[in-house]
Write a protein that binds this ligand. Structure first.
Ligand code: SF4
Length: 288
């Protein structure tokens, strides 16, 4: 079998930056807490765990004088205030793209409520996702999060459509789904809508190239952690371009029954999938 690794797959810039800062810190100290998983990939978390990275669910698990890493997804302002109150040092690895989105959301909120207006801020994103919680925190939770057309219809029937609406997307959503949601809002609202193009360019570019990569191979192995939101979106994209797409977390999940001897196999992953894991899967396929 011929095996190719997609040259565009692997960590995005935001994840590379966060992991680099964690490893720098762990070169000098024996442990570092991270608020949530630094990356949605179990194999990479195991590698970093061996170096002393300890994911925690809340600041309750971090004692005074310790350091905590804020991952690329970002956090609401309350997290920073709470860390200060507890005497915990923050190593802020919020991706610059997410920081810019947080600022744009604060500015939009101020516009929507200037001069007595009661406009609505809509975020197209996954309910409960860490990045979305960080975005909501910028406006005291006063925004509508929609993750599908049904939720959008519910929101549009609950707001005053004569007031302005501004819409933003979580950075890792599908560009085509976001375009469809924005078109649906525009049909209902017309002139009072401002659409912000806030999908990360690294994600948007991958969408275009990944569909072509999936079509040009007989079998696609999509490698990502089950908790990766970006992984689910990109794997669905591959599957729609190539029905012989299999989602795996690592090489141990390979099933020889998926392959025929003359197959051309393509291996790709999410923005949270390390390159070394893609190479490990490629080596395992060659050994089948
Ligand atoms: S996907 Fe884009 S916005 Fe999100 S962490 Fe990576 S580089 Fe930053």
């Amino acid at each position: 079998m011929l095996v190719d690794i997609d040259s565009q797959s692997g960590f995005c810039g935001g994840v590379i930056r966060a992991i680099g800062r964690a490893e720098d810190f762990l070169g000098k100290r024996d442990h570092l807490y991270s608020l949530g998983a630094i990356v949605h990939n179990e194999a990479e978390l195991d590698r970093l765990g061996a170096k002393g990275l300890r994911p925690v669910d809340s600041l309750d698990a971090v004692t005074e004088g310790e350091s905590v890493l804020i991952r690329a997804h970002g956090e609401p302002p309350q997290t920073y205030a709470e860390a200060r109150r507890r005497g915990v040092t923050v190593i802020d690895c919020t991706c610059p793209v997410v920081l810019r989105l947080q600022r744009h959301i604060r500015e939009a909120y101020a516009r929507l409520h200037a001069d007595g207006r009661h406009g609505t801020l809509i975020i197209f994103g996954k309910v409960g996702h860490a990045e979305v919680l960080g975005l909501l925190g910028q406006v005291g939770g006063d925004a509508k999060v929609v993750e599908n057309r049904q939720m959008l219809d519910d929101v549009l029937s609950s707001i005053d459509l004569s007031e302005p609406v501004e819409i933003f997307s979580q950075t890792t959503k599908s560009p085509s789904e976001y375009a469809a949601v924005c078109a649906a809002v525009a049909r209902r609202i017309g002139g009072g809508l401002t659409v912000h193009d806030t999908i990360c360019s690294q994600v948007a570019n991958r969408h275009e190239r990944l569909a072509a990569f999936a079509r040009s191979h007989d079998v696609i192995l999509f490698v990502s952690g089950r908790a990766s939101s970006n992984g689910k979106v990109l794997c669905d994209l591959c599957r729609s371009a190539n029905p012989r797409t299999y989602h795996i977390g690592n090489a141990a999940e390979l099933d020889p029954a998926w392959f025929r001897p003359d197959d051309h196999v393509g291996i790709c992953g999410a923005t949270s999938t390390p390159k070394w894991l893609l190479e490990e899967v490629a080596a395992a396929v060659r050994d089948l």
